[in-house]
Design a protein around this ligand. Structure first.
Ligand code: GDP
Length: 200
């Protein structure tokens, strides 16, 4: 088996993105912060995993957040040998504000930690910056997000890593194409049909 994993804070739009890319509705009727079980779809020998959303969710206790984070780290470590791609999804509208809030308190933002971890463990990592339809200064914002995650701006030098998208508006072609290219790179173009949607 080979695997693609999606990771991201709760509410960044992971379910919406999943539906756009694969035409599958996941996490039906489940409230965020109530389940740790990842959602998975399989296509031939490819597993695509939507990991549970991490980070603080209002109304959910801290202990649950820690359990989710531990689960994600353990899951990725245990399956590292079959993971061919990890996609971290962030909310382009709120990422910087949340990251700076944690930095002011002296913490490393969990999304920064997660991105570093994924890069250590996975052979390829993409950053999907979602909700770009809500971002007023896209280039400025993307530069700042890149910098926070250790990529020297301008973000446009990182177009093979950073994919600004709007899952809700169906604007995900850049990311869809990059996933296709990754499948071609590992000589598995037979798996491309798992990506539903417009031809490109
Ligand atoms: P998840 O918790 O990461 O799975 O997030 P969901 O897919 O459930 O989305 C959380 C909220 O963000 C929902 O209200 C979505 O409609 C909204 N959302 C998702 N993608 C986008 C986007 O690209 N733009 C905007 N403006 N909202 C989005």
């Amino acid at each position: 088996m080979i695997e693609i994993v999606f990771a991201g804070r709760s509410n960044v739009g992971k379910s919406t993105l999943f539906y756009q890319l694969f035409g599958v509705k996941v996490r039906k009727g489940k409230k965020p912060g109530t389940t740790i079980k990842p959602n998975q779809i399989t296509y031939k020998d490819l597993i695509i995993t939507d990991l549970p959303g991490f980070g603080y969710i209002s109304g959910v206790d801290r202990e649950f957040n820690e359990r989710v984070k531990d689960f994600i780290v353990r899951y990725i470590e245990e399956n590292a040998n079959r993971i061919i791609l990890a996609i971290q999804v962030v909310d382009g509208k709120s990422f910087l504000e949340i990251a700076e809030r944690w930095e002011k308190r002296g913490y490393i933002p969990v999304e920064v930690e997660m991105f570093e971890f994924l890069n250590e463990v996975c052979p390829k990592v993409f950053l999907a910056v979602n909700k770009m339809d809500k971002v007023d200064n896209p280039d400025e914002t993307l530069d700042a997000i890149a910098e926070k995650l250790g990529m020297i701006p301008p973000w446009t030098n990182w177009r093979h890593v950073i994919f600004p998208i709007s899952a809700k508006k169906g604007k995900v072609e850049n990311l869809r194409n990059a996933i296709k290219r990754r499948l071609i790179e590992i000589k598995r173009s037979d798996l491309i049909p798992v990506l539903k949607g417009k031809k490109s």
